[in-house]
Design a protein around this ligand. Structure first.
Ligand SMILES: [Zn+2]
Length: 209
């Protein structure tokens, strides 16, 4: 009888601890490479302690959780959410660019989705993008598209997201533009200079991917 009462107490204590544990909340989707559309939209709520390796960015410690993001606001731009760890650096970059009157039209940062990595049998991507962790930013999407079939920039590159990139346009980025230089000076790489099949002219992250 005494043993049974003690066990009961232990279970209650453990149950109370779980209820008070920090939670992780996020909404995600998968990119289907065959149909070229997002599928499988779900909302996830789970204890932080149960995050998998795939739900964390090992380079920064940032996670897919809303709870790890902070909102940054800038004059004339929509607010963005970025990972707490890199928020001071992003704030410094954007404020410096605004002081220099750089052509910033639009920013997007935190957005959770499986748009990278291996493709499963259904044609869905299985890896989280760097936007999923709040460590990547897209700048001026409408003039800085994402291209595939684009190892080097040439007319056969195929636009798959965003607007046409043309470095003669005011809001398009190039390797000499003030926006690219400011990000690179602060530890970001530009998706317009990454190796591989894609050129992502709107995109900045610590790895460039
Ligand atoms: Zn991006």
């Amino acid at each position: 009888m005494i043993v049974r009462l003690m066990m009961c107490a232990v279970l209650l204590t453990s149950g109370a601890a779980v209820a008070g544990e920090p939670q992780c909340t996020y909404s995600t989707y998968k990119w289907n490479v065959r149909d070229r559309k997002s599928v499988g939209h779900i909302k996830v709520v789970k204890p932080m302690s149960e995050l998998t390796a795939a739900e964390k960015d090992s380079a920064t410690g940032c996670t897919v959780c809303e709870e790890d993001q902070v909102t940054l606001t800038f004059d004339g731009l929509r607010p963005i959410k970025v990972c707490r760890q890199i928020a001071p650096r992003v704030k410094k970059i954007i404020e410096a660019l605004q002081r220099k009157h750089a052509p910033l039209q639009d920013l997007v940062a935190y957005r959770v989705g499986m748009t990278r990595g291996d493709v499963d049998q259904a044609g869905n991507r299985t890896g989280f993008s760097n936007h999923s962790f709040g460590v990547a930013l897209d700048v001026n999407t409408d003039q800085n598209g994402l291209y595939e079939n684009c190892v080097t920039v040439n007319p056969s590159c195929r636009l798959i997201k965003g607007g046409k990139w043309d470095p003669k346009q005011e809001f398009s980025l190039s390797k000499d533009s003030v926006i690219v230089l400011e990000f690179k000076q602060n530890g970001f790489r530009w998706g317009g200079e990454i190796a591989g099949q894609q050129k992502d002219f709107m995109h900045f992250s610590p790895t460039g991917y």
